[in-house]
Design a protein around this ligand. Structure first.
Ligand code: ADE
Length: 235
């Protein structure tokens, strides 16, 4: 039986999912509130991880150890790294990596953690296909892209930082602050995952202005998508 861990970055987005959920159990752990129950009869655990890589990784481990989730979905917002991907569009992760890891001094490629054996973490192909069809079903006017998501403990809001990320990781679709840590922790535990991000800004000097304006619409889109998706995940 599937049990889907849903990690949200925004309270606003979790509010919608929580209001549609039948809650059977709540647990406070590591300063996070885990809500267990069902969403349209599918077992789920919904949690706000807090911002950044450590919060995100810890959140996944608790979902695995205590709730025994079978799949992980992370939703939230991100800054676009591609001129074609605009505010309001949705990016589904093909894979995720850390843009702020550098062990090049030891001969590792930029972004790769020494001795881990992988630079990036591949999202689950079934979950990607399902997220795409769910998005087309519930948000038909929104453009959906599939590509690499890059993560760092950094809100990217200057063109020079953005350019540097793209020099190191050409072709990346968007940047945010949790995805690769969620992917990494899921990968270590052999749990299929997907990162779903609505674009809130262009990760440049307009980023701080665009972010609040777009937050609410993004939250609503991704909540609808996740709700449609969870009951269609097969074992
Ligand atoms: N989340 C949303 N926009 C972002 C940005 N520009 N950088 C990092 N995380 C983000």
């Amino acid at each position: 039986m599937n049990k889907i861990g849903i990690i949200g970055a925004m309270e606003i987005e979790l509010e919608t999912l929580k209001s549609h959920m039948q809650i059977t159990n709540t647990l406070e752990k590591a300063s996070m509130s885990f809500l267990e129950g069902t969403l349209n009869h599918t077992p789920v655990v919904i949690v706000k991880s807090g911002i950044g890589k450590v919060n995100a990784g810890m959140c996944v481990q608790i979902l695995v150890d205590i709730f025994h989730v079978t799949h992980i979905i992370n939703t939230g917002i991100a800054g676009s790294l591609n001129a074609v991907i605009d505010i309001g569009d949705i990016v589904l992760s093909t894979d995720a990596l850390y843009h702020d890891v550098d062990a090049t001094g030891f001969g590792y490629p930029i972004g790769e953690i020494p001795q881990l054996g992988t630079l990036s973490f591949q999202a689950d192909s079934q979950m990607i296909a399902l997220a795409k069809s769910s998005c087309e079903a519930v948000n038909p006017d929104i453009k959906v892209f599939q590509g690499r998501i890059v993560t760092g403990d950094q809100f990217v809001s200057s063109p020079s930082v953005k350019d540097n990320i793209l020099r190191n990781f050409p072709g990346s679709f968007c940047t945010e602050m949790e995805g690769a840590a969620i992917a990494h922790a899921s990968w270590l535990n052999h749990i299929p995952f997907i990162i779903i991000r609505a674009i809130s800004d262009k990760a440049d000097d307009s980023a701080h202005m665009d972010y609040p304006a777009f937050e609410k619409a993004a939250a609503e889109h991704s909540a609808k998508l996740v709700e449609h998706m969870v009951e269609r995940i097969v074992d």
